[in-house]
Design a protein around this ligand. Structure first.
Ligand SMILES: C[S@@+](CC[C@H](N)C(=O)[O-])C[C@H]1O[C@@H](n2cnc3c(N)ncnc32)[C@H](O)[C@@H]1O
Length: 272
């Protein structure tokens, strides 16, 4: 088994992490080295992304890349960096191998196996969406565009939205959402959808999209299938991108109600 470590400048680490997660959606180990951050991937040589792709993802922030053979405890190390998170004191998002929260505490339990999909709940962009959902009235249908592991869709079901539909262009994400929903005992309808394939984007009165600026602008340009959402939660934005993306949805009758920050990330709640 190989441990492949990229060291990058701390100032650019969040941006590099976003790029890396496109290549390695299940996550990377993060080690704080002061002025640098090390992101480590584990796997057999054939399972790891090629070095040129990793170099491109890290860009100018790259300090060095090192590979080392490791003992067979990699599986437990991989598991150990998926830490459970509690959002707003009401939602506990954990991996299946972590303990359930105490039922008596009234916290909703969301168990997510990230498999090959993005979204353990620990990433700031996901946390910001979950925080935004906690502040909404959980009524009626919800669509999750870019559902990854299904964490947002499943949390939405547990909070009270119904029916909930998750779309993703990756077959692994659609499968992960379906499997995680079943494991959590909730009903999420899933479908494969490439947002870039053209045509208006499916939505519901409450729609959530944790994507990045280019895809969010693409949705604004493509428009919605049927009536625009009444509430649209957008995440995956950097601070300097938020105004542009909020403005792009104004022609759909949506205005900014709330902007929340986590590390360098921003999530917007737009309402009709
Ligand atoms: C940042 S992840 C968000 C996952 C999850 N919703 C969360 O909040 O943790 C973005 C998701 O969008 C999906 N995605 C990226 N490009 C897409 C496209 N063109 N069409 C549909 N889904 C896409 C990715 O596969 C990924 O699962």
């Amino acid at each position: 088994m190989i441990r492949l470590a990229l060291r990058v400048a701390t100032a650019d680490a969040e941006l590099v992490l976003a790029e890396l997660l496109e290549l390695v959606p299940a996550g990377v180990e993060e080690v704080d080295l002061g002025d640098r951050v090390e992101y480590a991937l584990y796997g057999a040589q054939s399972e790891l992304p090629p070095l040129p792709a990793l170099r491109a993802a890290a860009g100018d922030a790259l300090v060095d890349i090192a590979t080392s053979e490791i003992a067979d405890d990699w599986a437990s190390r991989w598991r150990s960096f998926h830490e459970p998170v509690t959002i707003g004191g009401r939602l506990h998002v954990r991996a299946p191998w972590h303990d359930r929260p105490d039922r008596a505490a009234g916290v909703l339990d969301v168990a997510i196996d990230p498999a090959q999909a993005f979204g353990t709940g620990a990433h700031a962009t996901t946390r910001l969406c979950l925080q935004a959902l906690l502040e909404l009235d959980p009524q009626g249908p919800l669509v999750d565009v870019g559902c990854g592991s299904g964490v947002l869709a499943i949390a939405a079901c547990k909070l009270g939205w119904e029916p909930v539909v998750g779309y993703d262009h990756e077959v692994e994400s659609v499968a992960a959402t379906r499997d995680n929903a079943a494991a959590n005992g909730v009903a999420v309808t899933t479908a494969e959808l490439d947002l870039l394939a053209g045509g208006p984007v499916p939505c519901a009165p409450t729609t959530v999209a944790n994507l990045m600026r280019p895809l969010l602008l693409h949705i604004a340009a493509a428009g919605f299938a049927g009536e625009s959402p009444r509430t649209l939660v957008l995440s995956g934005l950097l601070a300097h991108e938020a105004d542009e993306v909020a403005a792009a949805f104004a022609p759909h009758g949506l205005r900014e109600r709330d902007r929340r920050h986590g590390n360098e990330w921003i999530a917007l709640t737009l309402v009709a």
